[in-house]
Design a protein around this ligand. Structure first.
Ligand code: ADP
Ligand code: MG
Length: 381
């Protein structure tokens, strides 16, 4: 989980719904339509109580997985994954640290809290089956606002085919904390660790990189403008792809299905949450190898390229290497295995695994080599 700010932001003291009238409400660029209430209802959680709240938040969910024996409603859920190994992964998101409700619609937040966890299960070569969701919320959040959050969670559950089987609900003094645990299954022996990369393996990545980082920069920039003048609504039309990649990331389910279909198992894999250079270093450290990647091959979306170069005057490669929150899958596999999946989805070869003594290097189109370090890598330094 990436930390955006070293210092938590001051949290609004308002206890009414005006906190939700920030520009997030006007964000209509993503696939979710933000249903607008002119005067949002504000039912206090106290009015319906904790049990009432849990009931209301979970009423639209139904279990569809065979492995869910018992879902919400008892002291614990019962799951049955008889022939599999079980994968478990948890992430926690704290308001003011990991998300800013000035520009994050609650529905998107719920969706993202789920997909980023599912991404960790896919990164092990497994399929997520169940999630639990725990929330701590202050009195500034209405029941209606929490229903928005849960509608995003529900959308993710439906899209990725997972059951919500439990969680916990409690109060916080200020702001919101949301923690999701994802439970997945993988056939015995088929889990993919970070430690299996071998010399000469190809290094591949799904989708494109750097967009989410720029999406965050754009949203922060627009927030600063909006704080100066709250009548000015931000124009995000030209940044739709970037904002969407940050606010509503998807997990690369297709790749795991493709591996299964092609009957191959990659040698190492992880999801790109902290930027390509950091993830590459994890693979190299844990597999005891080196790596070369080629700048020309790093997948960059056109909008990422244009906004990085023209507006932020930074290299798109820097965004890909040092950004984060892309939730693409980075994996390695032998060349002969790659041939079995080549051309069957949105992923690309970006380099190859080397002997450890070769180090971890980025080659520019001109053939210059730069060391990739823990601090990341900057074109202009
Ligand atoms: P307990 O007192 O045993 O912790 P709770 O009253 O907290 O039980 O929860 C009752 C049921 O509702 C349990 O199945 C629990 O997993 C589920 N649950 C509680 N909070 C949430 C939540 N925020 N989201 C989903 N399920 C929840
Ligand atoms: Mg509980």
């Amino acid at each position: 989980m990436r930390f955006y700010r070293k210092e938590p932001q001051a949290t609004a003291k308002k206890t009414d719904s005006s906190i939700f009238l920030s520009f997030a409400n006007n964000l209509t660029i993503t696939i979710f339509t933000m249903e607008q209430n002119e005067k949002p209802l504000f039912t206090s959680v106290n009015d319906i109580g904790e049990f009432g709240l849990i009931k209301r938040l979970t009423r639209h969910f139904s279990d569809t997985q065979e492995s869910t024996v018992l879902g919400i409603g008892d002291d614990a859920a019962i799951l049955s994954h008889p022939d599999s190994e079980i994968l478990v992964s948890t992430d926690m998101m704290v308001e003011g640290i990991h998300f800013d409700l000035a520009y994050t619609p609650l529905k998107h937040l719920g969706y993202k809290a789920v997909t980023t966890n599912l991404s960790d299960i896919y990164a092990m070569n497994g399929l997520p089956k169940q999630i639990t969701v725990s929330i701590a919320v202050s009195s500034k959040f209405s029941v209606e606002a929490l229903e928005e959050l849960y509608s995003g969670i529900e959308t993710a559950c439906q899209f990725y085919d997972v059951d919500l089987v439990g969680g916990d609900t409690t109060t916080s003094r200020i702001g919101m904390i949301i923690s999701v645990t994802a439970i997945g299954a993988v056939q015995k022996g088929k889990a993919v660790l970070r430690s299996g990369a071998k010399v000469d393996d190809l290094i591949c990545v799904t989708g494109d990189l750097g967009a989410s980082y720029l999406g965050l920069q754009i949203l922060e920039r627009e927030k600063a403008v909006w704080k100066e003048n709250q009548n000015m609504q931000p124009k995000l039309d030209n940044y739709a792809y970037l904002a969407e990649r940050f606010l509503k990331p998807e997990a690369s389910k297709f790749l795991i299905e493709l591996f299964e279909k092609a009957q191959i198992v990659p040698s190492a894999m992880l999801d790109v949450s902290d930027g390509l250079s950091s993830e590459l270093m994890h693979i190299c450290a844990q597999s005891d190898v080196g790596a070369f990647i080629y700048e020309d091959n790093i997948p960059i979306n056109e909008q990422t390229y244009n906004v990085a170069v023209n507006e932020f005057k930074i290299s798109p490669t820097t965004c890909a290497l040092n950004g984060g929150e892309d939730y693409e899958l980075l994996f390695t596999l032998p060349k002969d295995q790659f041939q079995k999946i080549d051309g069957q989805g949105n992923f690309k070869v970006i380099g190859n695994i080397q002997n450890k003594k070769e180090g971890i290097k980025l080659y520019t189109p001109g053939g210059e080599a730069f060391d990739i370090t823990a601090q990341g890598w900057n074109h202009f330094e």
